[in-house]
Design a protein around this ligand. Structure first.
Ligand SMILES: Nc1ncnc2c1ncn2[C@@H]1O[C@H](COP(=O)(O)OP(=O)(O)O)[C@@H](O)[C@H]1O
Ligand SMILES: [Mg+2]
Length: 167
């Protein structure tokens, strides 16, 4: 779709959990891949991964393995279709939910490096306004915020926008 080595990056966040981030990320990725784009889905819910569950993937290597023991990021990517790759995260790892600045920098380098193999990178983030959610939102080109008519979903999305705008 594009020839540039820098992909378009977008992150899907909401503040509140359960509004459909993971579902939309995965469906959007399929739709874009069907249109001919090479799409990478990054499970940015680093400590409570969900993308692999939704897609029923057999995960061998996660973002945690890349950060902790230098696993090869390209080997971690699981292709669910020829043009649709998934970079999985781990589940039940509290430390990963709020990485520090050094890990974020390393993650940024990893995403820039494997991102070169794709046209579009979509990051499905965790709920909340934790450090990794904020970092992913500053890393990407486009911020997509999801909310439902539920007043708490509106409040949380507004709070996230406010924090991002302030920072
Ligand atoms: N557009 C939709 N309409 C109805 N239910 C949805 C929709 N999108 C997601 N869901 C359901 O809502 C629940 C939460 O979806 P999920 O994508 O896991 O949300 P999140 O990632 O924001 O926590 C799931 O049970 C999912 O099947
Ligand atoms: Mg989710």
């Amino acid at each position: 779709m594009r020839n540039s080595s820098k992909p378009v990056t977008a992150c899907l966040s909401s503040g509140k959990g359960g509004v459909g981030k993971t579902s939309l990320t995965v469906n959007l990725a399929y739709a874009l891949a069907q249109k001919g784009a090479r799409v990478l889905v990054v499970d940015g819910d680093l400590g409570l991964a969900n993308v692999d569950v939704l897609l029923r993937l057999q995960v061998q290597t996660t973002i945690q393995d890349i950060l902790d023991r230098g696993a090869d990021p390209l080997e971690a990517v699981i292709y669910v279709e020829p043009r649709l790759g998934v970079l999985p995260a781990s589940s039940g790892v509290p430390d990963l939910a709020n990485l520090g600045p050094e890990d974020h920098q390393e993650l940024g380098e990893i995403l820039r490096s494997i991102g070169g193999h794709f046209d579009i990178v979509l990051v499905d983030t965790a709920a909340g306004i934790g450090s990794s959610v904020l970092w992913f939102n500053t890393f990407v080109d486009y911020n997509i915020l999801l909310l439902t008519p539920d007043p708490t979903a509106m409040t949380d999305a507004y709070a996230l926008i406010k924090v991002l705008s302030r920072d």
